[in-house]
Design a protein around this ligand. Structure first.
Ligand code: 2BA
Length: 107
């Protein structure tokens, strides 16, 4: 079995989870925060059989888009620079980790 952890933008999560449900792919949705932008994003934890990995990656790729966001350096930090010029940052489509699972149990 494999575990996929996929970090996606909040704007994509409804489309993505609807597509996973339709394909009967079990998943858990977590509200998370990106360390760099300190903005909300969504992390999906998906436990699946090895032969379902390509299906899931295809669904994620289809559902998640790249977007630009303005980032002010230091924003949210204790010593933020109020005069720093905002910079464009490209986010997504998705950051994906595919891991081998030693065990999968429901107790
Ligand atoms: P954030 O950490 O908020 O990062 C948002 C976007 O900012 C990133 O998009 C990337 O384009 C940019 N970025 C991140 N760190 C940067 C840095 N030190 N300097 C310049 N630009 C930087 P993505 O790469 O698409 O990542 C989207 C979200 O995925 C991240 O949100 C984070 O929550 C997660 N992520 C990305 N790589 C990760 C990793 N190696 N481990 C864990 N989480 C990761």
């Amino acid at each position: 079995m494999k575990m996929i952890v996929a970090i996606v933008q909040n704007a994509d999560r409804e489309n993505l989870t609807a597509a996973l449900l339709e394909a009967k792919i079990p998943h858990t949705r977590l509200n998370t925060t990106g360390g760099f932008l300190r903005a909300g994003n969504t992390t999906l934890v998906i436990g699946i059989e090895d032969d379902q990995v390509d299906t899931v990656l295809g669904i994620v790729e289809k559902s998640c888009k790249e977007r630009e966001q303005l980032h002010r350096p230091g924003h949210g930090a204790l010593h933020a620079d109020a005069y720093a010029a905002p910079a464009k940052v490209l986010i997504g489509g998705a950051t994906i980790f595919v891991m081998n699972l030693d065990q999968f149990r429901k107790i």
